[in-house]
Design a protein around this ligand. Structure first.
Ligand code: HEC
Length: 183
């Protein structure tokens, strides 16, 4: 075996070993893959399903793509979690408000299937999606908007008011920042 081949084998071997260790660590921490059967998947989102309506889903989709939810008016959720790029952005560190790179050098995880995650974020610090979504909108290096500014912007657009009313018919004041946690 020549020297180059030997080095290549050692390199690939160590990569595999590192991979195994990571998978083992994840399994030992109690992480499980998302089940592939539809029925088992639906079980995981039972609590969301009972509150989900077509009106809420349509509104959520619109908000996801709307850059007016950022202070600058140019960054939407889709900027970093581009659904045409697998729900991520292909950058080594996410770039947000005023082209600031993520201060912890974190890249954007895909949002695909994130509804099935038992916790959110790379370190799992957020308990569920409803809690998570408030973070990036307010984070300085991401969308940098305040809840008040977001509510004022949305309330200035009659079409949005109508859609919030449709999504939350029982609420007297349907346009609030806390939408994700309300039934
Ligand atoms: C500036 C880029 C950027 C923007 C804008 C952004 N995100 Fe993120 N998102 C990230 C990064 C980076 C992380 C990982 C952060 C961490 O782990 O601390 C993340 C994490 C997430 C996660 C967790 C996924 C997982 O597997 O843990 C979800 C869900 C998510 N974002 C949804 C959204 C939504 C919804 C919006 C819009 C309201 C949004 N993001 C806006 C960069 C962004």
């Amino acid at each position: 075996m020549n020297r180059m081949k030997f080095l290549a084998l050692v390199f690939f071997g160590s990569t595999l070993l590192a991979g195994d260790t990571l998978i083992d660590a994840a399994k030992n921490a109690g992480l499980k893959p998302i089940p592939s059967e539809h029925k088992a998947q639906m079980k995981l989102i039972k609590e969301f399903q009972k509150d989900l309506t077509a009106a809420k889903a349509d509104l959520g989709k619109k908000l996801y793509f709307d850059p007016r939810l950022s202070k600058s008016g140019v960054i939407s959720c889709n900027t970093c979690h581009n659904v045409g790029l697998g729900g991520a952005d292909g950058m080594s560190a996410a770039i947000g408000h005023q082209w600031t790179a993520n201060p912890h050098h974190l890249n954007s995880p895909t949002v695909y299937n994130s509804v099935f995650n038992t916790t959110q974020f790379w370190d799992g610090r957020s308990p569920h999606l409803g809690d998570q979504a408030k973070g990036p909108m307010q984070a300085q290096p991401e969308m940098a908007i305040t809840p008040k500014m977001a509510e004022e912007r949305i309330s200035s657009m009659p079409e949005y008011i109508a859609e919030f009313k449709k999504a939350f018919p029982k609420d007297k004041n349907p346009v609030t920042f806390e939408i994700s946690l309300r039934p």
